[in-house]
Design a protein around this ligand. Structure first.
Ligand SMILES: Cc1cc2nc3c(=O)[nH]c(=O)nc-3n(C[C@H](O)[C@H](O)[C@H](O)COP(=O)(O)OP(=O)(O)OC[C@H]3O[C@@H](n4cnc5c(N)ncnc54)[C@H](O)[C@@H]3O)c2cc1C
Length: 539
């Protein structure tokens, strides 16, 4: 570090991916680690189910690889799957050594071993967990370790506005130089220079009206990378979690898949089961099948929700295995040991993202993307449950290896330009931003949701074009705010989802369209890759 505005590495995001990378790099690297709000604002903190890894002697790497490939519906990158799965065990041990207190059981010969859950798509029990609040345990442990490291500086309430890239000059290639950051408490923008920048900004599920994700999941990293010139892949594959609590007082509380893994049954209001009509694996079918089944039952009968019932299990088993869900539901007047839980599907996970290689490298030298923001090839057309935290850990390690081996040879960044506010004023119409936020998320839910058609996608595109124009004009005239930046990013993400969905003339994995209800078996299928050099979008 040469001064307080220059670092070796700028990590944008304090979730599992960003924090793991920071801890793996920090001994030899001066790091600035950013969070848009508090350090626990990302999805990581809310993960309930756990992390997948082959730990049971009767399980095998081949089986985990095969399950992941099956879920990915032909679009996984085999190398990415093999890499991720084979690094599972050592990353779980790493977290355990840092202090993550995974739930344990005693074996028949009195030894302690990790308790393993089973979730949809997995053919073995292989999910390590800390009761039903794994993300909280991972997040708080990583934050505590990072806070104790002298080389890691935290910056909360800072929103990355745009990346700064130098253009090709003197025969040198274009490379990342840093980023502009908005302090959302003071509304001032400053530039930070760094030899390397890592996007660890999480997913984009807030582009939909209903989502299990925290408010920060607005696809910022995807939009930042796209504006900077990176390719983005597989954005049509948005995962909808089948079971989000349906309650007027609780917007995005997830009812973990582990509840179905332990025998929870999906039922209609009259108590009848329906999953056998959709898949032989019933409640343990892959998430997309369960989400579509619920969506179909809700739309067919005009119900507000369906129900998930675990009350046939002993009450102390339920309370011991699902303390968080039990407590939350009880606080809303639902005793899950006695009655079924009202549930609806909600946007949950972004399978696509910034295209990277197996070290998290993007198209721009020095710029990396890891965690949910990235498309590494692991998930293909559908993410298997609990593979995402594993991906955060493994690709943080992969990126750390690459960054450590190259950092010494990278020159200090150029002096950065200051943020120019001379042409803009304070907004006198914040209502435009609030209105457009609502409109965007509603039409994405209605037209680009679980079941799609060409007509609905075109309708969404038409509305998006109008929003884009309005937001570009607004952005050009007024001082930036956190809400405006997120809206600008969400509009880009929405466009990438719609364009990718329009390009896929088949149903596959998470992308289901009534116009092409079958998977295309006649030709070699491929991942959808969008290149920003082929588009002009003004944002
Ligand atoms: C309710 C829920 C339950 C889940 N359960 C599981 C599970 O059991 N197992 C599993 O494997 N996966 C689970 N997932 C998915 C998993 O939690 C996420 O994929 C994973 O945590 C993503 O981690 P991340 O580090 O990539 O991003 P996040 O944890 O989302 O962190 C993103 C970070 O980036 C910051 N950020 C974003 N934009 C900006 C910006 N413009 N400027 C500055 N900072 C920014 C945020 O503030 C935050 O710190 C679950 C997700 C949810 C929502």
């Amino acid at each position: 570090m040469t001064n307080s505005n220059t670092y070796d590495a700028l990590i944008i995001g304090s979730g599992c991916a960003g924090l793991s990378l920071a801890l793996r790099l920090a001994d030899k690297t001066r790091i600035l680690l950013l969070s848009k709000v508090s350090l626990t604002s990302g999805s990581t903190y809310w993960a309930q189910g756990g992390i997948s890894a082959v730990l049971d002697p009767t399980d095998s790497l081949e089986s985990h690889i095969q399950d992941t490939l099956n879920a990915g519906a032909g679009l996984c990158n085999l190398e990415a799957v093999q890499l991720t799965v084979s690094h599972g065990k050592k990353n779980i041990q790493w977290l355990n050594q840092l202090g993550v207190n995974f739930t344990q059981i005693e074996t028949t010969n009195g030894e302690k071993t990790f308790h393993l859950n089973r979730e949809g798509g997995h053919s073995h029990r292989r999910i390590v967990h800390t009761a039903d609040a794994t993300g909280k345990a991972v997040s708080t442990t990583l934050i505590n370790c990072a806070k104790n490291h002298p080389n890691i500086t935290f910056l909360e309430n800072h929103n990355a506005v745009d990346l700064i890239i130098n253009t090709k000059q003197d025969g040198k290639e274009a490379r990342i130089q840093g980023a502009y950051l908005l302090n959302t408490l003071t509304n001032k923008v400053r530039s930070i220079a760094a030899k390397t920048v890592i996007l660890a900004t999480g997913g984009a599920s807030k582009v939909y009206q209903y989502s299990t994700n925290p408010d920060i999941s607005t696809g910022d990293g995807i939009a930042l990378a796209w504006r900077a010139g990176c390719r983005v892949s597989n954005m049509e594959f948005m995962q909808f979690h089948p079971t989000c609590l349906y309650h007027p007082k609780e917007r995005s509380f997830l009812i973990s898949e582990a509840l179905r893994g332990e025998g929870g049954k999906l039922i209609l209001p009259d108590g009848s089961e329906f999953m056998h009509l959709y898949d032989p694996q019933k409640e343990l079918a892959p998430r997309d099948i369960v989400a579509r089944a619920i969506d179909n039952e809700i739309k067919k009968h005009g119900f507000d929700c369906v129900f998930l019932d675990i009350s046939h299990k002993p009450a102390d088993f339920i309370i011991q295995h699902f303390p968080t869900i039990h407590k939350k539901c009880l606080s809303l007047g639902i005793d899950i040991t006695q009655q079924p839980i009202p549930v609806v599907p909600a946007a949950h996970y972004t399978c696509g993202g910034v295209l990277t290689d197996l070290h998290g490298r993007t198209d721009i030298p020095g710029l990396y993307a890891i965690g949910e923001v990235a498309c590494t090839g692991l998930h293909g057309a559908n993410r298997m449950a609990s593979n995402s935290l594993l991906e955060c850990l493994v690709f943080a390690e992969q990126a750390a290896i690459d960054i450590s081996s190259t950092l010494a040879s990278i020159p200090q960044p150029y002096p950065l330009p200051e943020w120019d506010e001379s042409q803009v004023s304070d907004s006198d119409e914040e209502v435009v931003v609030a209105h457009n936020w609502d409109e965007l998320r509603l039409f994405m839910w209605d037209y680009v949701g679980i079941v799609r058609t060409n007509k609905r996608l075109s309708r969404a595109m038409h509305r998006l074009d109008i929003l884009k124009e309005e937001i570009a004009e607004y952005y050009g005239n007024f001082r930036v705010t956190g809400d405006l930046l997120e809206l600008r990013n969400l509009v880009i993400v929405a466009e990438l989802i719609i364009r990718s969905a329009l390009l896929r003339k088949e149903s596959r994995g998470l992308h289901y369209t009534q116009d092409y209800p079958k998977s295309d078996k006649s030709k070699t299928i491929s991942n959808t890759v969008l290149n920003p050099t082929h588009f002009t979008n003004g944002l």
